[in-house]
Ligand binder design. Structure first.
Ligand SMILES: Cc1cc2nc3c(=O)[nH]c(=O)nc-3n(C[C@H](O)[C@H](O)[C@H](O)COP(=O)(O)OP(=O)(O)OC[C@H]3O[C@@H](n4cnc5c(N)ncnc54)[C@H](O)[C@@H]3O)c2cc1C
Ligand SMILES: *[C@@H]1O[C@H](CO)[C@@H](O)[C@H](O)[C@H]1NC(C)=O
Ligand SMILES: *[C@@H]1O[C@H](CO)[C@@H](O)[C@H](O)[C@H]1NC(C)=O
Length: 452
């Protein structure tokens, strides 16, 4: 309850810009506790959200409004691997602890880089890393889930058991069920991964330099003579003039340097710094985490930011046009006092495992993007600038249907817009039918919930 010791720490979100005050926080130890909590909430007419890592950009884990029930899965911390390489992962496990436990058994999964992010939100709404063009999204490794439904029933769902719920949970778990355990198909950890990072100089000096640089990287990303599923990268840009592609290659340093690097850098402005280095799987995880360790304490996690972010999924069919890039450049040059960064991650291109699936596989619409763009303003006064960045691109490319990435949930969207940009009409209609069937009272609710 709100007056209890520890309440304020329990509800503290990653994004402190959006504090919400749940009516009650439940910390279940068993599946039966989760079932009882959900039944109790429905009787009391409280809305429910699960909390895994608490990294929702919109703080939906504490309900996305005041007065909800937050069910913290902090005790669901199992990670075990069976002889077929299937990992049972509790719904509250953070990615760093998952990767650490898997690596100890020589196993690996594809997922994002931040160790504190929870598997619960991440894998049920996508889950991208520079391993994803090769191995798919975190979501794509889910073979089975144990869930608790809105009426308190506990079920197991897979492609053959409760398959419609299984489809929906992978994309809209926040609206449909609480996943208590994931069963994930792991892979052998590779002996090594090639990490590469390039800092380019003077990209923002002129509009033409910026546009040509990006368009070359876009041509590269689509060029099957150099790109296959083994490579991925993202481009980091910020207020201070950084323009830095970095990524992973599942091949040797020498293959990267001889086959890929010349085309990658061809025509680009001079690089101040080019790093191409082989890492063991574990050291790669630590490297991309940006921290000393990927292990995360089980209690007392205390990393936060105060931010507003928006995303754009850019269809493979159009990519970004030079007009849109020029418009983005003009907006960047208008500037802001706030700190911000932009990360443009490669999802598509030749051989992408992400785009080899369709919306029949899971309730996840983003299977045809070339890029996913994230515009992230580090302080609250960046909101106009970040909105402007998104608009600069979309208004300059009006014929293109841009979407948004579910894991970068944008609290400024109204529910109807959120449904359209995250799911598209067909996936949303199918989710709505499922929601009406298994949660007609909308027990699982946040401002973007199915049916909201
Ligand atoms: C610093 C940082 C780095 C990031 N890096 C990446 C990245 O590299 N790649 C990437 O793809 N994304 C990345 N993200 C985005 C991240 O994937 C999402 O914010 C993700 O949804 C967070 O999951 P969570 O469990 O920590 O969040 P939570 O806030 O706990 O949950 C998010 C939503 O999922 C629901 N939910 C959580 N657990 C369950 C469950 N077990 N069952 C049902 N519903 C559940 C919650 O109710 C809530 O609606 C990053 C985010 C941050 C803040
Ligand atoms: C693709 O890469 C090859 C090899 O470097 C290069 O010769 C060719 O011009 C590239 N194609 C495009 C469209 O950039
Ligand atoms: C709970 O909901 C599920 C899904 O709608 C349904 O199959 C099941 O019969 C319900 N259980 C009870 C006890 O009502």
């Amino acid at each position: 309850m709100t007056s209890d010791a520890g309440y304020s720490e329990l509800i503290e979100p990653y994004n402190i810009r959006l504090p919400h005050t749940p009516a009650v926080v439940v910390i279940p130890i068993t599946t039966q506790h989760v079932q009882d909590a959900v039944v109790c909430a429905a009787q009391a007419k409280l809305k429910v959200q699960a909390k895994s890592g608490g990294h929702s950009y919109a703080n939906f884990a504490s309900g996305g409004k005041d007065g909800s029930m937050m069910i913290s899965l902090s005790s669901f911390t199992d990670v075990s691997v069976d002889s077929a390489g299937i990992a049972k992962v509790g719904g509250g496990v953070r990615l760093g602890n998952m990767a650490d436990a898997l690596a100890a058994q020589g196993r690996a999964l594809s997922h994002g880089t931040c160790p504190g992010v929870g598997i619960g939100g991440h894998a049920t709404h996508g889950g991208y890393g520079h391993t994803s063009r090769n191995w798919g999204l975190a979501m794509d490794a889910i073979g089975k889930v144990d869930v608790v439904l809105a009426n308190g029933t506990a079920l197991t769902c897979s492609a053959t058991q409760n398959s419609e719920i299984f489809w929906g949970v992978r994309g809209a778990a926040d609206s449909l069920a609480i996943v208590t355990n994931f069963y994930l198909q792991t892979r052998p950890a590779p002996a090594s991964v090639t990490y590469f990072e390039v800092q380019l100089n003077g990209v923002f000096n002129t509009k033409q330099t910026f546009t040509n640089t990006f368009l070359h990287l876009q041509d590269f990303a689509r060029n099957a003579s150099v790109v296959d599923s083994r490579i991925s990268f993202g481009i980091y840009m910020d207020k201070y003039g950084s323009f830095s592609p970095s990524g992973a290659f599942f091949g040797s340093v020498s293959e990267f340097n001889t086959k890929i690097r010349p085309e990658f850098l061809r025509t680009l402005p001079a690089a101040t710094n080019v790093i191409v280095q082989s890492y063991s799987w574990y050291d790669y995880l630590v490297k991309v985490s940006g921290r000393q360790t990927i292990k995360v304490p089980l209690t007392g996690y205390d990393e936060h930011d105060n931010f507003f972010a928006k995303s754009l999924t850019v269809p493979e069919s159009s990519g970004l046009t030079s007009t849109a890039l020029g418009s983005m450049y003009d907006h960047i040059k208008r500037g802001t006092s706030a700190d911000y960064f932009i990360i443009v991650n490669l999802y598509g291109g030749p051989g992408s495992a992400i785009n080899s699936k369709t919306t029949d596989f899971a309730a996840y619409n983003d299977r045809d993007s070339l890029w996913v763009v994230q515009n992230y303003g580090s302080t609250a006064n960046s909101i106009d600038f970040i909105n402007g960045l998104n608009n600069a691109v979309t208004s300059a490319q009006p014929q293109t249907q841009f979407g948004a990435y579910l894991n970068y949930v944008d609290p400024s969207l109204d529910a109807a817009t959120a449904h359209r940009v995250y799911y598209g009409d067909a996936v949303y209609a199918r989710l709505l039918r499922l929601k009406q069937q298994i949660d007609p009272q909308s027990v699982f609710w946040n401002p973007h919930a199915i049916g909201a």
